[in-house]
Write a protein that binds this ligand. Structure first.
Ligand code: NAP
Length: 298
């Protein structure tokens, strides 16, 4: 599909893509570009790439496809570093969880003769680093593309769609602002709530905390998994998608206040109705085959 692919940032997403690229032979040469020498050493040791470098400029200069897989807060640095070295006709794709800000930050660094296709795979785990990746992470998951102008570069959009399909994903094209709103509710708010619940428990008395851990088999255990996600990545997501996250948080607070009132006033019917309505969403998630967390099969 490509002659040379360079993946910048060899963490969970970058290394999972690299594994799939190798498995499906989607390019002749795969290059790892990561700021950490230790990451480059691990990547070569695990055989995840053909070459590895900490020099981003050098890493991208022969690439037909450059995949940016670093936290969104590092986009300005990465964009500025690669801008002058990108090959004419190359495609740059990021995989960041926030799209409007990704476009605002990266697009000014992409030269006229290079295509930029922002993307976001709706797949992940709470783990980070090159060892945590696995090749079937994207299997049966959505990859959302948010091209700045669909009409301007249809060939690049088509090629990137084919790339994600080769990784096992289903592809959807969406406006970046709409993406950020949808993901604000389905991903960013749940993470914020998980961090808050686990944070509240952490602030409890020492003896109560030990009981929280002891009896965590209930809902709390699932929250601790989500709240173990990478703090750099999530700090960057909350700050980059600030408007959508704050707006959705406001609505959430209003609903929570309604439930609080219903409990205080013993409004049994109102509570029951609310709890019944939400189970329909769970059914729909299962029917859409999006309920099972991805698991490594290697
Ligand atoms: P990760 O496991 O933490 O990996 C990020 C990698 O990028 C690390 O190796 C990191 O190195 C490297 N890096 C950071 N800043 C860099 C820079 N300036 N130059 C070069 N390399 C740099 O993160 P991830 O989970 O793969 O996430 C990567 C991107 O995918 C993020 O934008 C995230 O929003 C998006 N995403 C994540 C998920 C998910 O569930 N994890 C899902 C979909 C999309 P250090 O170790 O030195 O920091």
């Amino acid at each position: 599909m490509f002659d040379t692919i360079t993946v910048i940032g060899f963490g969970l997403i970058g290394s999972s893509l690299a594994r799939k690229i190798k498995e499906q032979s989607l390019c002749k040469t795969l290059i790892c570009a990561d700021r950490e020498e230790s990451v480059c050493k691990t990547v070569m040791h695990l055989g995840l790439a053909d070459q590895a470098t900490t020099n981003l400029e050098e890493g991208v200069q022969h690439a037909d496809l450059v995949i940016i897989a670093v936290p969104v807060g590092a986009y300005e640095h990465v964009g500025a570093a690669i801008s002058q070295s990108l090959k004419s006709g190359a495609i740059v794709m990021d995989v960041g969880s926030v799209k409007e800000n990704a476009i605002l930050t990266l697009a000014p660094h992409i030269p006229e003769n290079v295509s930029f296709i922002p993307a976001h795979p709706i797949a992940g785990t709470e783990n980070s680093g090159p060892e945590s990746g696995f090749s079937n992470l994207f299997e049966g998951r959505w990859a959302i593309l948010t091209p700045i102008d669909k009409e301007k570069d249809p060939k690049a959009v088509e090629k990137i769609s084919e790339f994600w399909k080769a990784c096992g994903s289903m592809v959807e094209i969406m406006d970046a602002k709409h993406h950020d709103r949808v993901l604000g509710i389905t991903s960013h708010l749940p993470h914020l709530i998980a961090y808050t619940i686990v944070g509240t428990a952490t602030n409890l008395e020492e003896d109560t905390k030990s009981e929280v851990i002891k009896y965590s088999a209930g809902g709390f255990r699932d929250f601790t998994r989500i709240a173990a996600s990478d703090p750099t990545m999530w700090r960057d997501i909350f700050l980059s998608n600030k408007d959508a996250v704050l707006d959705i948080l406001q609505r959430f607070n209003e609903d929570l206040t309604e439930l609080q009132k219903a409990i205080r006033n013993g409004e049994s019917d109102k509570l029951f109705e609310y709890l019944t309505e939400t189970s329909a969403i769970r059914k729909a998630v299962i029917e859409a085959k999006q309920e099972i967390p991805p698991a490594p099969i290697e």
